[in-house]
Design a protein around this ligand. Structure first.
Ligand code: OFO
Length: 170
């Protein structure tokens, strides 16, 4: 049985993952309407990934005898000034998510819930990969700057980048 504190922390994380999925869906839709088809596909996949992160938590909470809360979501941003602005927002968001996950891991240790601590290690590893990927993308965009040809190639190539990590994502 999950302790109240752990259940509350996991439900909070469910909300974060659900909102991440929603933000990336809005980003994908923006990119699609800007003619950035490759970026849109990358972000649609990223949004699906975040939904999977949320689902994994929902099922974990329920399996451990708790009650998962499906949250109401706020409206994500509708517009971005540029691709660089969009991916900087994504990177900042992932850094925030990493901090939340670290915080949750801390709570697991102070509550001596080693099962949830173990479960959360998948998220810890996932965040390392997601942050690294977002930083690599930002490095590329900073290099390209305003160069239209460079942005065209960026949009073409990003479609084939997968955010799925090597760990079992089911
Ligand atoms: Fe991108 O974060 Fe989920 O965990």
């Amino acid at each position: 049985m999950l302790k109240e504190t752990i259940q509350a922390a996991l439900n909070n994380q469910i909300q974060t993952e659900a909102f991440s999925s929603q933000i990336y869906l809005a980003m994908a839709s923006w990119a699609e309407t800007e003619g950035l088809g490759g970026t849109a596909q990358f972000l649609y996949k990223h949004s699906d990934e975040e939904r999977m992160h949320m689902l994994k938590l929902v099922q974990y909470v329920n399996e451990r005898g708790g009650k998962a809360l499906i949250p109401q979501l706020n409206q994500p941003a509708k517009e971005y000034k540029s691709l660089t602005n969009l991916f900087q927002t994504l990177l900042d968001h992932e850094v925030m998510v990493s901090n939340e996950i670290n915080n949750l891991v801390d709570i697991c240790l102070s509550e001596k819930d080693y099962t949830t601590h173990n479960f959360m290690q998948w998220y810890v590893a996932e965040q390392i990969e997601e942050e690294a990927l977002a930083r690599t993308i930002m490095d590329k965009l900073n290099m390209i700057g305003e160069d239209k040809g460079g942005l065209y190639l960026f949009d073409r190539d990003i479609e084939s980048i997968s955010i799925v990590n090597n760990l079992d994502s089911k």
